[in-house]
Design a protein around this ligand. Structure first.
Ligand code: COA
Length: 161
């Protein structure tokens, strides 16, 4: 049976920390669907469409990765695509409480879908999308922390302003 995992998040923008989790999860799953949760509002930097397009470009050579957006419950999305698991990355102990509650709620909604936690790479644990947005806002260089495609897109967008 094909093993499909859903990796949900706001990905505003996707960072090297997310990429690390996605690439490692392919050792366990046949297919990973990255789902940009369009209902999450966190002082948006990129539109949902921009985020989906950028993530598609990052993984365009990888047939095992799909990218989508979703405005409802993640468990409903899992049901729609017949996913076995949700993947979440843990960076520090501070992530745990929120993730623990969310996994428990999701388990209550659909007990057939497991939440699998992966530790973020040791050299990437301090990255967050908010940190990237702040760095960029104050003119810092975001290129070490995001995929090349994302950095190029953001720079092009800045120039066109
Ligand atoms: N590397 C780097 N950064 C990481 C990371 C990693 N491996 N894993 C998480 N992060 C960062 C993100 O950049 C993000 O930073 P930010 O807060 O500065 O934006 C933060 O950790 C958490 O983001 P993310 O993993 O994208 O989760 P989220 O909190 O933005 O999204 C959803 C949470 C979308 C998964 C969740 O709200 C959801 O499923 N919503 C749909 C409704 C639903 O089903 N709710 C649950 C049941 S009620």
């Amino acid at each position: 049976m094909k093993k499909t995992a859903v990796y949900p998040g706001s990905f505003d923008p996707i960072t090297n920390g997310h990429i690390d989790i996605i690439e490692r999860s392919l050792a366990v799953f046949d297919e990973v669907i990255i789902v940009v949760a369009s209902s999450v509002r966190k002082n948006n930097f990129l539109t949902v469409e921009e985020r989906v397009n950028l993530i598609r470009q990052v993984f365009k050579a990888n047939k095992k990765i799909k990218v989508d957006s979703w405005g409802g419950l993640i468990m409903d999305y899992c049901k729609k695509v017949n996913a076995n698991a949700v993947i979440r990355g843990l960076r520090a102990a501070s992530d745990f409480e929120y993730e623990f509650m969310m996994a428990a709620m999701n388990k209550n909604i659909n007990s057939k879908v497991e939440t699998m936690f992966m530790m973020t790479g040791q050299d990437l644990f301090f990255i967050s999308s908010t940190m990237i947005k702040e760095l960029h806002h104050f003119g810092g260089d975001i290129s070490p922390y995001v995929p090349k495609i994302v950095n190029q897109y953001v720079r092009r967008k800045d120039k066109s302003k």
